[in-house]
Design a protein around this ligand. Structure first.
Ligand code: PEP
Ligand code: MG
Length: 586
């Protein structure tokens, strides 16, 4: 038996058989074949083409009825490309003329084609280079995996399997969830990446940042995945299997115990009510909210509607998605406008060969929306039109300057004006709030608070940007510290700014769903928490055993503490159940 260790996600354990999806990035091999091998190399290439075609047809048949129409068209385009002479014939010529191996022959021809598309002015046609990349990558995978077949190609049904991959994008995680996986393990990735967030939301235990997972784990290995500790046991014996099964039983018992809190109020022991809302990524998640006693959404990450497809959803499709959530729940529904960019790319970022420099600092979220009004306006129209079906709130992500906020608010005004002019109904009083997740905005939170109806602190990004730590880079995970004094001061500053301006302040980063920080945040004055729904009942339990007044005094001492080790100890002591009296808090 082998015990491997990474970072645990999801506070659950799972048992299942491994399904290794990829073996990480591989160099494209380049070599010359001897003259008498050229013909068999050509046949190898043609057979890979045929397998790619068969795989695309299989995927096409599996497309569910409710999938967007474009999904089919998207695969048709790829099937057509497989017949294009540049892909189907020119590599053969390169093999005949230069005796290249099939992979290299295909790559050289594809590079020429990509370059051709890259230089086209029309942005739509230019974007077709992405399709070329995708098709060519599929053929290359077929060629390069001939001696090491990828498990996914052998079996489309992943029910009960633990997927092992070098890395997974949020878009991949959605697909795998629909295919029924029980857990996943990746070599790369950190606990605050959007893939990890999605795993928690969907209740999938995972271990990320487990270096070389794809090398150590083989298809079919029986695995135990511990989302608490980040341990993966490979090749379980009967004793350990029984132990893990017992832990699963205990997990179920604990869930039942927490379920008793479902309709209890979230109120501190000394009588302060606290709002506990849910973060959702997909409209279908509303079905599970009731199970966790949530009737409102503090963060609806709408960018997930835009993933795994070639064309963005239009206004009508978005309207239906937002309306479904508003119809399903009676509480506030905080619809965040698009936060695409960084690790949230529509296709997982694979299509564009050229990697972006510092994508988290690039054209992301509101920056992208302001530069592409054709994305932003239909979304605002859809949210506003849906607003008559419930308590919608609009939330703008990643604000960093007031001028950006003013531009966004101006567009909201214009969209409202257009709707009113056309006699289309909407709630003219929809609150517009902003996410405070860039240090510049947290420091000047008062300026933003004066112009917005509510603020929501996005600690995932706030910590990333404050401490200069890429949230998806497993190598710097250890520096990702919610208890860093600078982070605590920024959070406190935003809560105070909201209070002064008389507007609500919520916190919707992962910190809100971690019971180790609940009391600290209550002490900092937070009364609205938004988190993955699966975290809600445990946080409610923590709220109900806390005394807010006392915590507020203790937290002032924590804010004044200069020694990180002592600060951590003080937070630990806040978290100890029962009496909150001890030597550190006289
Ligand atoms: C955050 O940054 O804390 C947040 C909630 O937004 P996201 O995780 O989607 O970036
Ligand atoms: Mg964010």
């Amino acid at each position: 038996m082998l015990a491997l260790s990474g970072t645990g996600i999801g506070r659950r354990v799972a048992i299942g058989k491994a399904m290794v999806l990829d073996r990480g990035h591989q160099e494209i091999p380049k070599y010359e074949v001897s003259k008498d091998q050229v013909q068999s190399e050509i046949e190898r290439f043609q057979s890979a083409l045929a397998r790619t075609r068969a795989e695309l047809r299989r995927i096409q048949q599996e497309i569910p009825d409710h999938a967007p129409q474009e999904t089919n068209a998207f695969i048709d385009v790829h099937l057509l490309m497989l017949q294009d002479p540049v892909i189907a014939e020119q590599p053969v010529r390169a093999m005949e003329e230069h005796s290249y191996n099939a992979e290299w022959a295909l790559k050289t021809q594809a590079d020429t084609l990509v370059e051709f598309f890259r230089n086209i002015e029309d942005p739509y046609l230019r974007s077709k280079k992405d399709d070329v990349h995708q098709v060519v990558n599929r053929i290359l995978e077929e060629l390069m995996m001939e001696n090491d077949p990828p498990a996914a190609a052998l079996d489309g049904n992943l029910a009960g399997r633990v997927v092992i991959a070098n890395d997974l994008t949020p878009a991949d995680a959605i697909t795998l969830h629909h295919r029924g996986i029980t857990a996943f393990v990746t070599s790369l990735g950190g606990p605050i990446s959007h893939t990890a967030i999605l795993a928690r939301s969907l209740g999938i235990p995972a271990v990320v940042g487990l270096h070389h997972a794809v090398q150590y784990i083989q298809n079919g290995d029986l695995l135990a995945v511990d989302g608490y500790t980040g341990t993966v046991l490979v090749g379980l014996d009967q004793t350990l299997l029984t132990e893990f099964q017992q832990r699963q039983t205990k997990q179920a018992q604990r869930e039942q115990q927490l379920a008793a809190l479902r309709s209890e109020p979230a109120i501190t022991r000394d009588g302060y009510p606290v709002d506990l809302l849910a973060n959702i990524e997909l409209p279908e998640e509303t079905d599970t909210l009731e199970r966790f006693g949530a009737n409102g959404v503090g963060l609806y990450r709408t960018e997930f509607l835009f993933m795994n497809r070639t064309e963005p959803p239009d206004e009508a499709e978005q309207y239906e998605a937002y309306r479904a959530v508003l119809d399903a729940l009676t509480g506030p529904i905080t619809i965040r406008t698009l936060d695409l960019g960084a690790d949230k790319q529509v296709d997982g970022g694979r299509a564009d060969g050229a990697a972006k420099i510092n994508p988290a600092l690039g054209l992301r979220a509101i920056r992208l929306c302001l530069s592409e009004p054709t994305l932003f306006r239909p979304q605002l129209r859809a949210i506003l039109r849906a607003s008559i079906h419930g308590r919608a709130r609009i939330m703008i992500p990643m604000l960093s300057s007031l001028s950006e906020l003013e531009q966004a608010l101006e567009i909201v005004r214009e969209v409202k004006h257009d709707l009113a002019r056309d006699g289309i109904e909407f709630d003219s009083k929809v609150p517009v709030g902003g996410m405070i997740e860039v240090p510049a905005a947290a420091i000047a939170a008062d300026l933003f608070a004066n112009r917005l109806d509510f603020l929501s602190i996005g600690t995932n990004d706030l910590i990333q940007y404050t401490l200069a730590i890429d949230r998806i880079d497993d190598e710097v995970n250890y520096l990702y510290d919610p208890l860093h004094p600078s982070v605590l001061r920024l959070i406190h500053n935003v809560i105070c700014a909201g209070r002064e301006a008389g507007i609500p302040v919520s916190l919707c980063g992962e910190m809100a769903g971690d019971p180790d920080y609940t009391r600290l945040l209550l002490g900092l004055g937070l009364v609205e928490f938004s988190m993955e729904p699966t975290r809600l009942l445990e946080i409610k339990e923590r709220v109900r055993t806390s005394e807010r007044e006392k915590l507020m005094g203790q937290t002032q001492q924590i804010l004044g503490c200069a020694d990180p080790a002592q600060l951590r100890m003080m937070v630990d002591q806040l978290n100890r159940d029962g009496e909150q009296k001890n030597e550190l808090f006289p």
